[in-house]
Design a protein around this ligand. Structure first.
Ligand SMILES: Nc1ncnc2c1ncn2[C@@H]1O[C@H](COP(=O)(O)OP(=O)(O)O)[C@@H](O)[C@H]1O
Ligand SMILES: [Mg+2]
Length: 326
């Protein structure tokens, strides 16, 4: 649905050059919720703005819904942009217009006649749970309500793609959750493809099925969340788990983080380990969390005994993700 091919963007201010994007290629399939994460200044906003050409890439190509966006201009570019809605961290609502009139704005621009517009606005207000706020002005709404207006406005013209630039970064955790639930619902009910950028791993954990990591303008990793979680060597995978704390421990023991996914969680793995390899297993800590709708547990253990290396290898063979820390 969205494809970036070797996209490059350099900003020049005076003698300074910033390579905001460097040879970025990325593919988002129809119906995916794809998260791009990265530190501040990594190029996330530039990337998403290149998709709808709010930013003009210097090189490379962008396709949306089979159409090469980078080849369009004028009226055809305006038409293509209607397939893409966008939401922002600061909501970008028009302060002089009510919620209903903000939502109706893109319909006005698209030339939809008044009665049809009013019908659609009511439908959208209901979709985002703001039936009772039609006449409220942005200043009278909470952050979460403003973002709901932003979302309704973004999907008013039935776009195929929603671009989200840090849409929950200005919201508290509870409101963030409710906005993410709304986005997930729209993805399921309308088949809306969502490309979102965020610096919050929690957002990716909660709603994304795919993710990519952007670092200094380069895409350094991308994949399905289920693959990322299962592979301890991936940087994104590490970011899902609490940092490993280097506690003083027995230097002869192996310190490992064991991650349980799916059916492995139902087996008496540690008991088997002790029995089979005659090792001591000392539990240092543990956590359980939900990532991409699946429950994922992690234990940090110390394993000691003559056959500890064989014991670690056995865990790997069982399909349990094992990261040896030391
Ligand atoms: N309009 C601009 N003019 C000059 N530099 C810019 C402009 N927009 C972004 N940059 C620079 O490009 C880099 C990437 O910015 P941005 O895409 O906003 O990153 P992010 O959204 O990941 O924080 C930063 O170094 C930023 O300062
Ligand atoms: Mg940004």
């Amino acid at each position: 649905m969205i494809r970036l091919e070797n996209v490059t963007k350099t900003f020049r201010t005076g003698a300074d050059e910033v390579h905001a994007l460097y040879d970025v290629s990325l593919e988002v399939a129809q119906g995916q919720i794809f998260g791009v994460v990265g530190a501040s200044g990594a190029g996330k906003s530039t990337l998403i703005r290149c998709v709808n050409r709010l930013e003009e890439p210097d090189g490379g190509k962008v396709w949306v819904d089979g159409e090469e966006i980078t080849a369009l201009r004028g009226e055809s570019l305006r038409q293509a942009r209607r397939k893409m809605g966008m939401i922002f961290q600061q909501f970008n609502l028009l302060s002089q217009r009510t919620a209903a009139d903000n939502i109706g704005y893109p319909l006005e621009i698209a030339g939809v006649e008044k009665s049809e517009r009013e019908r659609r606005v009511l439908e959208l207000l209901e979709l985002v749970g703001l039936e009772d706020k039609a006449r409220a002005y942005p200043a009278q709404l909470s952050g979460g309500q403003k973002q709901r207006v932003g979302i309704a406005r973004a999907i008013a013209t039935n776009p195929k793609v929603l671009l989200s630039d840090e849409a929950t970064s200005a919201l508290d955790p509870t409101t963030t959750d409710s906005i993410l639930d709304l986005l997930q619902g729209l993805n399921k009910r309308l088949g809306l493809t969502i490309l979102l950028i965020t610096h919050q791993m929690e957002v990716v954990k909660k709603i994304c099925d795919h993710a990519a990591l952007l670092e200094d303008g380069r895409l350094v990793e991308a994949g399905a969340i289920s693959d990322l979680v299962a592979d301890p060597l991936r940087r994104l995978s590490r970011a899902f788990f609490p940092p490993v704390i280097d506690i003083p421990r027995d230097p002869r023991a192996v310190h490992a983080a064991i991650t349980f996914l799916g059916s492995a969680a139902d087996e008496p793995i540690l008991a088997n380990l002790v029995r089979k390899f005659d090792v001591d297993v000392n539990i240092l800590g543990g956590s359980i969390q939900e990532i991409g709708g699946r429950r994922v547990g992690q234990l940090q253990v110390e394993i000691q005994g003559e056959q500890m290396a064989a014991a670690v290898a056995y865990l790997g063979d069982l399909g349990v993700r094992v990261e040896v820390i030391k």
